[in-house]
Design a protein around this ligand. Structure first.
Ligand SMILES: [Zn+2]
Length: 268
């Protein structure tokens, strides 16, 4: 029987994604660094705080252009510590943020990060019911394992936590029998008001432009995993049908990955 492995798009086995919260104006410099190195990320925005006096925010009219090629995602409208709030309020905070961001970017906003890293089992379920497909927590796992629970997505590291060491370890991973994900999170103001962007510049120049890394937004990672899961394999693994619109990438018997185009049925 054929031995089939899931691969990331392009047949890669390593993925890098970045995740930045709050939409402060320092995102402009951060996006410029990511773009220069071909690195992609997700920006979790509070649509109810665009005009707030607390920290200057990226304005609605520049959002679509600034974050082009990256993902804009939900961070609730006004950033409450949601585990302390009544559940209907959390739902309204999330749906109103989705609606406001979707009016700006023009695609379904399906990602989230929990404000102040606050969540509960009840909130996780409620967010799913609001159309949210993943939500990031805070902290650092120091791990490149794929997320087990997308509604409690634990990042590899905050950018102030062993960033260069972990990045170096990640570039040195060569065992193709595993899929690896490096997931970095933070806030751009930590560079803008702190020690400057040099650490991120160094990280991105080390990580960018590598043939064996897939650079993705958070939702692109989620979508690629869902596309693989939706593949329909014959019981003897001799052929496969891809019912999705997007391509899937699989490796058969350790051969280089093949693309299974959306709608196609191919012999393995
Ligand atoms: Zn935040």
């Amino acid at each position: 029987m054929n031995k089939v492995y899931c691969c990331f798009p392009g047949g890669k086995h390593k993925a890098l994604t970045m995740s930045y919260d709050d939409g402060r104006i320092y995102d402009r410099q951060l996006v410029e660094i990511f773009n220069r190195h071909g690195i992609k990320g997700t920006f979790h925005l509070n649509s109810g705080l665009f005009q707030s006096g607390y920290g200057k925010r990226v304005q609605p009219e520049e959002i679509a252009e600034l974050y082009k090629g990256h993902e804009v995602a939900c961070h609730t409208a006004t950033h409450p510590t949601v585990a302390r709030c009544p559940l209907p309020e959390v739902i309204e905070e999330t749906l109103s943020d989705r609606r406001a961001l979707e009016r700006i970017v023009g695609y379904p906003v399906r990602g989230m990060s929990y404000p102040n890293g606050s969540y509960s089992a009840e909130i996780k379920q409620a967010m799913k019911n609001c159309g949210i497909e993943y939500s990031r927590t805070v902290g650092s796992t120091d791990s490149f394992a794929l997320p087990e629970d997308l509604m409690e997505w634990r990042p590899t590291c905050h950018h102030n936590h062993n960033l260069m060491e972990l990045g170096k370890q990640f570039t040195e991973l060569h065992k193709k029998q595993y899929l690896y994900l490096m997931y970095v999170w933070g806030h751009s103001y930590e560079f803008g008001e702190g020690g400057g962007f040099q650490p991120m510049e160094e990280f991105c120049s080390m990580m960018g432009g590598r043939d064996d890394i897939w650079y993705c937004t958070n939702i692109e990672f989620v979508d690629a995993m869902k596309t693989f899961k939706s593949l329909q394999f014959a019981a003897d693994n001799s052929f496969v049908h891809n019912p999705s619109a997007a391509s899937a990438f699989i490796s058969v018997n350790d051969a280089p990955a093949v693309e299974v185009k959306g709608g196609a049925t191919i012999l393995l």
